[in-house]
Design a protein around this ligand. Structure first.
Ligand SMILES: C[S@@+](CC[C@H](N)C(=O)[O-])C[C@H]1O[C@@H](n2cnc3c(N)ncnc32)[C@H](O)[C@@H]1O
Length: 184
């Protein structure tokens, strides 16, 4: 199964919701790169006041539980990652990363750990193009792995990358499982 290369994906929407969430009074997660990574249709909507107002209204009212869960899951995962790193874990694997901006936001952590993001090649290509356009540099200790997880396991995807199987790692899987069949 391959993901259609449609212009707005669920990964783009999740990024747009993170961007919108940052404007609440007490955000639980601030992602300064969400706007540039969410793709041009959503970025344009967020830059156009009447559309931005509509999107924010939708995100903070009808879709508030979804917006909040997207911000909370990102915040929860990175707080748990920090605890894991403090206890000596040196590898972070972001499965189905979408437009996650860990690599651009957490340079201080990337001096101490290696991170790996696995995503469907279609999504990953889009993200790389957007990052390049925004002149965002992928840090050396962050590794991008394109893999269709219906065809390859996470272990197979990591093989051939600098991931060290014998060392502890912290894995996140946020908003991905329901797109995969049970066997995957
Ligand atoms: C809703 S997005 C979530 C993105 C990100 N984790 C977040 O919280 O914003 C779902 C992600 O799952 C990935 N995905 C869906 N099916 C996949 C597959 N078969 N193989 C690899 N990744 C897949 C998509 O490419 C997308 O990045």
């Amino acid at each position: 199964m391959s993901l259609p290369s449609r212009s707005v994906s669920t990964a783009d929407l999740a990024a747009a919701f993170r961007a919108v969430h940052a404007s609440v009074e007490k955000p639980v997660f601030v992602d300064p790169y969400a706007r540039v990574l969410c793709g041009w249709p959503l970025r344009l909507a967020l830059a156009c006041p009447p559309l931005e107002h509509k999107l924010k209204k939708l995100a903070h009212e009808a879709l508030a539980p979804i917006t909040m869960s997207i911000a909370l899951r990102a915040s929860y995962a990175e707080a748990a990652l920090e605890r894991a790193v403090a206890s000596g874990v040196g590898q972070y694997v972001i499965i189905g990363a979408g437009m996650d901006s860990f690599a651009f936001r957490r340079s201080e952590m990337l001096e101490r750990i290696a991170s790996f993001e696995i995503d469907h090649p279609v999504t990953q290509r889009k993200k790389l193009l957007r990052a390049r356009k925004a002149r965002l540099t992928i840090p050396q200790s962050h590794h991008l792995i394109g893999a269709d997880l219906t065809r390859k396991s996470v272990t197979e995807a990591l093989a051939g990358s600098p991931f060290v199987m014998s060392r502890p790692a912290f894995l996140s899987l946020l908003g991905v499982a329901h797109y995969l069949p049970r066997e995957a």
